[in-house]
Design a binder for this molecule. Structure first.
Ligand SMILES: [Fe+2]
Ligand SMILES: [Fe+2]
Length: 262
């Protein structure tokens, strides 16, 4: 039995200004007095940020190839006019994200254990299977990088950036107070990114002439599409259950997000 207080219940939330009308008026006046008149950032501050950004060094760089084979492959790509480091950076980025994905599903399994079972939600086996696939994708990227003479333990610049971005998702899913249904929203963000990113990776691999690799990446993409469909189904069922509304007519699977209004 999980904690009986649910996050969607009415409770002592005092973050809104309406919770104290007297102080609210003073807070608005104080904010107005202490803020510049513009709604947006003052131009001088934006200009200062742009100046710093234009002079700042990169987050990181790509390490040189480790092996003779890697050096040769790099040289072949460069002769063709390609920049192989861009592909390596993408591989490093996916590798970092699949590592995060594996951890996200590990954390989601803890949420499931602590949650009250509800219809339409994930079963432990579902989460275990997806976790294993995320880990397999990580392994595929590791082998791919090694086959290209690259070091998969090196953090490429995009790997660094995506790890920082993904750290918010991990924080959300690992917070003890966050429910299974709330955690699924963070997982949805990860799966949407995963889908787009595998598609891009497979496309770039194909256009660089790595046909076999592209085929493997497309298989990973098919699994990611399945993850996304399942997460959407679980999340839709969770929101419907919490809101007390019935499943959408004609959509037994719940796998598609609600259509936007015309
Ligand atoms: Fe993934
Ligand atoms: Fe996934």
């Amino acid at each position: 039995m999980s904690n009986p207080t649910k996050p969607t219940e009415t409770g002592p939330n005092r973050t809104g200004i309406a919770s104290s009308p007297i102080d609210g008026k003073a807070a608005v006046e104080g904010a107005q007095a202490g803020s510049p008149p513009a709604v947006f950032e003052p131009p001088a501050l934006s200009a200062a940020r742009a100046r710093v950004a234009s002079k700042a060094g990169p987050v990181g760089t790509i390490p040189p190839p480790l092996s003779v084979k890697g050096m040769a492959a790099t040289a072949v790509q460069m002769i063709k006019g390609n920049k192989p480091t861009v592909f390596l950076d993408l591989l490093g980025e996916r590798l970092a994200f699949e590592r995060t994905g594996t951890r996200l599903y590990e954390a989601l399994m803890v949420k499931l254990e602590a949650a009250d079972p509800h219809p339409g939600g994930p079963a432990r086996e579902d989460l275990e299977r997806i976790r294993d696939e995320e880990l397999e994708h990580f392994g595929l990227l590791k082998r791919t990088m090694e086959s290209m003479g690259a070091d998969p333990t090196a953090v490429t610049p995009s790997a660094d950036v995506i790890a920082v971005a993904g750290s918010g998702l991990l924080q959300a899913v690992s917070d003890a107070r966050v429910t299974l249904n709330e955690a699924l929203k963070a997982i949805l963000t990860a799966e949407l990114v995963d889908n787009d990113s595998w598609l891009m990776l497979a496309d770039v691999a194909e256009r660089l002439g790595h046909d076999e690799m592209a085929g493997e990446f497309r298989r990973a993409l098919a699994e990611e599409e399945d993850h996304l469909a399942r997460v959407r189904t679980w999340l839709n069922a969770a929101v419907e259950g919490e809101a007390g509304i019935s499943a959408r007519a004609g959509d037994g699977s719940g796998a598609s997000p609600p259509s936007p209004s015309p």
